[in-house]
Design a protein around this ligand. Structure first.
Ligand code: GCB
Length: 594
């Protein structure tokens, strides 16, 4: 799916802003026709979560349906063009009406969706937009949901959170990314997928698969703009498609040290006229695994960085561009070169910035803490659909060097997971994902509880582990914790013979709390624990990365083990550094792994 862009054939209009809002806990909005007229005085910012914005209306923990409405004006210049309505994300599902008519639905939170709304609007006239967002999750959604009753039924009352969630981040609801109208011509470039590889002698190859609609027999012209030499290529559109091979001599490869982006200009031509244009940023790079190493353009690369969250005070999960910029600044300051989009796809604006800033990204499908006892055919179907849509959205990002197809299955220790349900499930998920993208390594971060027999290890290209020895286990006993960890890492490596990375390790830390001895929650304890883990990881020849949990403190559902936030951030929720930030900065400024 292409990100909307304004160029000589296309126009984008951002219609985010302050919209009308109404919760619908009884779920009668649709039968009462709220999509025709949303009568309310309540206002809300789009993008933004309702939870903290409207806390005073009792919505901090609200999970359910809610309505968003706005009046827009369709510019006269849109006449004769195809008009699209695109929502960057709405969590977790949404139904959209334009001028009172249903335009479509979407069941994939964290992902963009769009509808051709040309027939519902009149250029030069006003129009109304209504969106019903539902933040409820079920056993058949990705992520999976949980109900209050389930904790009792599963005899896990001590684990009950409010609101209930299968994961450790607040289930914020809302329209979380920008809403845009954009136009295309009636014959248009619908999609472009570029695969890149490198050849001996500083040569780069881009293979562009272009999908063009209503364009049978037209010509696609591809031009590369940037360093080196690169002839133009053209191809006829047959059955909506064309594949173009572009060769770049003296190619400047994309890497964290030189995140060089070519511009790939694609033009749809009819009788010598340019009918549509799209310009895509392309980084030429190749990711491989060889032996114990992760290679970028043939060179070993070691990942230093964080598991993160999209989370900020008041705005919740809503996209705030200054926070995106600040977070990249802080990651650069601390000498991180990578991050994982734990535990869901991040905003397209963030992914594009990672391309430009040279960050290596592990892009995660929100199959977080899947409970195999509640997984059924519907869950598997939803999981595959999510993978297909995420791969589709993020295929062209050079920054995306690996997919995480989920996180921490078997968190609650289901019987039979390791030698039964888990193996069958993950085998299916991995082989499906590999048919869609054979070029990138794939993994699923494993939780300690699933142990070293977790079937995800067999299918993963890189062993990814989340470990909290010294925190949830062996609290305060760091020397012992590190010994246990080392034994386990060595056992994993000798069993699977694959590169290993630590995708999570960390300690909750209250800023301002200090101690001269090892004491949980102090800034010294976090600093010491992170350093001990990092020194161990670097002493092993088979490790390829260290991602600290977490970049910044983030809001979680209520539970006695969380004081509003998960406080494992190296930065506070408002992005102030804790002591450990300075330690990481010094450890990560060493250029070599050891
Ligand atoms: C984990 C989860 C992450 C939690 C973290 C923690 O293993 O992957 O979502 O936030 O532990 O702090 O408990």
């Amino acid at each position: 799916m292409l990100y909307p862009q304004t160029n000589r054939n296309r126009t984008v209009l951002d219609i985010s802003g302050i919209w009308k809002f109404q919760v619908d806990p009884e779920d009668f909005g649709e039968t009462q026709g709220w999509f025709k007229n949303l009568e309310t005085d309540i206002e809300i910012a789009v993008p933004g979560s309702w939870n903290e914005q409207l806390e005073e209306l009792g919505l901090l923990h609200y999970v359910g349906a809610a309505w968003f409405g706005t009046a827009i004006f369709i510019p006269s210049e849109f006449a004769g063009r195809r008009i699209w309505l695109r929502i960057g994300s709405a969590d977790y599902s949404a139904k959209v009406w334009v001028n009172g008519t249903l335009a479509g639905e979407n069941g994939n939170g964290f992902l963009p969706f769009e509808f051709d709304v040309t027939r519902f609007v009149v250029p030069g006239e006003a129009a109304t937009l209504a969106v019903r967002v539902d933040s409820r999750l079920t056993n058949e959604t990705i992520p999976q949901g949980i109900l209050t009753q389930d904790y009792a039924d599963e005899k896990r009352l001590r684990e009950e959170t409010f609101p209930p969630a299968r994961f450790d981040f607040s289930p914020f609801g809302g329209i979380h990314r920008p809403v845009k109208l954009y136009t295309t011509p009636s014959s248009y470039i619908h999609d472009i997928k570029v695969d890149t590889s490198i050849l001996q002698g500083q040569k780069g190859v881009m293979v562009a698969r272009v999908l063009a609609k209503e364009a049978e027999g037209m010509t696609l012209l591809c031009r590369v703009v940037g360093a080196g030499t690169h002839p133009n290529t053209s191809s006829l559109v047959r059955k909506d498609e064309a594949t173009l091979d572009l060769h770049v001599d003296d190619c400047r490869y994309w890497s964290p040290a030189d995140p060089y982006l070519y511009k790939l200009v694609v033009e749809l031509m009819n009788n010598g006229e340019v009918v549509d244009t799209y310009t895509l940023d392309v980084g030429v790079r190749e990711v491989r695994i060889r032996g114990n190493s992760l290679l970028l353009n043939g060179e070993p690369i070691y990942l230093k960085g964080f598991g993160r969250h999209e989370d900020f005070a008041v705005t919740g999960k809503g996209l705030v561009l200054p926070v995106v910029v600040k977070d990249f600044q802080l990651m650069k300051w601390v000498h991180a070169n990578s991050f994982r989009t734990s535990h869901y796809p991040y905003a397209e604006e963030t992914m594009a910035m990672a391309d430009r800033q040279g960050f290596l990204v592990i892009d995660e499908v929100p199959a977080v803490s899947l409970d195999m006892r509640h997984v059924n055919e519907g869950t598997l179907k939803a999981h595959k659909e999510f993978i297909r849509k995420l791969f589709d959205r993020d295929h062209n990002h050079p920054s995306v060097i690996m997919w995480a197809l989920g996180n921490e299955p078997n968190l609650v220790g289901e019987d039979g997971y390791c030698n039964g349900s888990g193996k069958k499930y993950w085998k299916e998920v991995f082989s499906f994902a590999r048919t869609l993208d054979p070029s990138r390594p794939m993994t699923v971060p494993n939780c300690q509880r699933a142990g070293i027999e977790d079937p995800v290890f067999e299918f993963s290209d890189i062993i990814a582990i989340n470990r909290y020895y010294g925190w949830y286990e062996y609290p305060g006993r760091l020397d012992f914790a590190i010994k246990v960890l080392e034994r386990e890492m060595d056992a994993l490596h000798s069993k699977y013979g694959k590169p290993l990375m630590m995708t999570e390790f960390g300690a909750d830390t209250v800023p301002g709390l200090h101690s001269t001895s090892d004491q949980l929650f102090t800034e010294q304890y976090q600093e010491k624990m992170l350093e001990m883990y990092i020194r161990l990881l670097r002493s092993k020849s088979y490790t390829v990365g260290e991602h600290v949990w977490n970049f910044a403190d983030f809001r979680t559902p209520q539970h006695f083990r969380r004081v509003l936030l998960n406080m494992k951030g190296v930065f506070t929720r408002s992005r102030q550094p804790k002591l450990a930030a300075f330690k990481l900065k010094s450890l990560w400024s060493e250029s070599e792994k050891k």
